[in-house]
Design a protein around this ligand. Sequence first.
Ligand code: ZN
Length: 373
Amino acid sequence: MKRLATALLIGAAGFWMTAHSALGSGKPIGVVTSVIPVAYVVEELGGERVEVKALVPPGASPHTFEPVPSDMRRIAGARLFFVIGGGFDAWSDKLLGAAPAGLETVHLIEARNLNPLEGEDDHHGEEHGEEKAGAKEEDHHGEKKAVAKKEEHHDEEKAAAKKEDHHGEEKVAAKEEDHHGEEKATAKKEEDHGEEGEEFNPHFWLDPIRIRDVVVPVIVEHLIEADPAGKAYYQKRREDFHRRLTALDQEIRGELDKAKSRKYIAFHAAWPYFAERYGLEKVAVVQEFGGEEPTPREVANLVRDARAAGVGAILVEPQLNPRVAQTIAAEFGAGTVVVDPVGDPGDPARSSYEKLMRFNTRAFGNALGSKRN
Ligand SMILES: [Zn+2]
């Protein structure tokens, strides 16, 4: 009896939602993301038809985030869960065991045409010119990896051909392309790869063009699937956001073109997509992996490289303790400038995707010696 009543209630609720969303006044569909910037994009596209939450809270680093049981409640009732994938937010898998049956998880890094850049676990060799383009072998914790190097900053279409490792431990990402926008990037997940050494750098959201051309279409497609009655609404918002992202890209380029230098030192390897898009050059990063302190030797190398490159500031981030960076910057008479790869809905300067990217553009401009200072 009780069970029947519940079933009827669910049936009725389902009908109610369908009926109302057809009228455009239904209960918003629940969407969860791992990181804030993706939630910003969902917000732009979903408007009032969508209620979106990011699991990693403001001020926390997604690299060191661990979900707690109460995060389960946050995905209960959600229809869509957008994660970065590729091992970056593998913690999300822990939540899925108890996720509602109707929840669809979307790994954005596997999206068609995303062309993810490789994880950066080799920056010291590269910045010291110890290797040229070509295959390179690395040994992190006994795991050998052959990594095809690619550092062509302006060659966005370049296929990153992944090489097989020699021990069969790596899953391989097969990538093809044909310069006509029909390429496929199939990024395979690597859950078992361990805590460091993500195969792909996860921070693709810091490239507005990848957001516009890859992430936006994927999100809209899933929103329409989950809420077909909102199709026209989502398409309208997509067109509008697409236009604004195009303008944003031009604005960022215009600002950074005024900078005196192209060379930056980041706190962690969050900026290769941004740097590639806008022709910036990474001299070094303080933390090779988010949350990991540099060794004294790495600090010495960094100071040497910063001096050689004439870098005036280290970019620090609100999610990570800036103390080490401040100490290092003081060693070569430089300062620190705050950039934010993640965002914070509570700070009006970083509370939307466009605001966040403008915040970062100003920060880079300052760090690179913007003439408009
Ligand atoms: Zn990061």
